[in-house]
Design a protein around this ligand. Sequence first.
Ligand SMILES: [Mg+2]
Length: 205
Amino acid sequence: MPEGAIGTVRQGFVSAGSGPTVGRLSRPGVLLDRDGTIIVDHGYVGSVDRVEFIAGAPEAIARFNRASIPVAVVTNQGGVARGFYGLDDVHQVHQHITERLAEHDAHIDLYVYCPYHPEGVVEAFARTSEDRKPRPGMARAAAVALNLDLTASFVVGDRPEDVGLAESVGASAVYLAAEGCDRPGVWGYPSLAAAASFILERVAT
Ligand SMILES: [Mg+2]
């Protein structure tokens, strides 16, 4: 499995016609957290049998796809550092998500994940990282890979570190929480499905 220059292990599933193109003007994209945003956060999801899609999430991703908006997953996977599962398991979960999304005519253009955690027990991954949300590394990597204008892009997630990621790169934030969100510049929605129209109106070209 390739390891990027800044330490994040990246998996690219870039569909024909939507991948990075040298010289193309940068464009807005949608950066999606994974657990609690696309699939249910069962806590350290490291095997395909624990993948459960959140209602409406595949359809929301399909709407972004149809609008030609690049979609990246940016996910902290500290479970690798903690020894709960390995890189191959993360890869398999993402392959499974890709296959299930295809049933909804939906796809992820790029998966970026951070296997590092400062309190990890697996020596190779037990460290701080600029890629671990809310640090900006994964968003910047996605921007390079997909030619994104992050200041015109949205980060969607269910944790404060997702909002922090958006703030660290100048992106807009959608915070998924039943109770909403009262922070300026952060829009609260109960789900990705509920936020999809709002995002589409602002990033579709
Ligand atoms: Mg989450």
